[in-house]
Design a binder for this molecule. Sequence first.
Ligand code: SF4
Length: 366
Amino acid sequence: MKYLTEYRDPEMAAAFIKEIQQITTRPWTLMEICGGQTHSLVKNGILEMLPDKITMVHGPGCPVCVTSIGVIDEAVYLAEQPNTILCSFGDMLRVPGSKKNLLEVKAAGADVRILYSPLEAVQIAKENPDKEVVFFAVGFETTAPANALSVIQADKMGVTNYSILASHVLVPPAMEAILSDEENKIDGFLAAGHVCTIMGMEEYYPVAEKYKTPIVITGFEPVDLLQGILMTVQQLEKGEYKVENQYTRYVQRAGNKMAIDAIQQVFAISDRTWRGIGPIPDSGYEVNERYKNFNARLKFKLDLPPAEENKECISGDIMKGLKKPKQCPNFGTKCKPEHPLGAPMVSSEGACAAYYHYSNTDNILK
Ligand code: SF4
């Protein structure tokens, strides 16, 4: 197939659904990793079309949802510093910190700017040499190359008033944390196609082998997702646990070498706390020693007190696949997109927002 519309073709989707129905003999629980995949599944009504034996649960692949309250507090603190411009992707502004969010800080007069690229922040730093400019560098492996390039660019340009607040998170350690949870009930994964476009497939083979769990790297359109589900169920029905690639139009086994080189030049692997899930060892990127002058945590000597999670939000259970959004007692009542209690109701990739906007069924497990 050559064109995007072909991956939205209703006849092809129907053929995959029929094949999934024909081969499914037992109940299987599958997790799609990425919030973009969750939105496509819910928005296109795929959950309702799958056989009852297939349960889709929604993973931690929404960067806004997993950025910890402590990191939001750090961003709020930086935004409130005098002579400081805090730049961020727009989704992060409404995510609650322990006391306030970035939007409230902006409304109170802080210079918080919404950007589409960290390279714009380097330019802002160049144009404002009397101010410190910080880019709030959140995201998975997908956004890490651009954030790394911004640091490399600032270094080359001699822009010393630029730094990043790195909050990168990595998919394979999160999959391992979910699979090793004693309550885990996931039989197979749809891995995130865009992450693997950057990082390739190699990191997934040991995970599939260790946990005897099939992993199918999958795209984001309805036909992609249905084919990914079919490939996963085919493996499960045969007792196999391989890494397969549905997203062949973008993903190559070795990934994107230039992007990986940029990441390795600027970042080091670090421990990271995931919102709702907790600390996961070696699950993030932090600015490395070579570029430490661009690390906002060091530049501003950040050492804030630990922040408590909102106990009313069960996002951790949702992102570990233990619950569905409508099983949260606050869904659609105390927690709505206009007044979110948790990040999954804020983000355009959050599972709770997907169900709130698109889910038609009253069945809380669909
Ligand atoms: S509905 Fe709101 S409170 Fe419940 S898990 Fe989702 S974001 Fe958290």
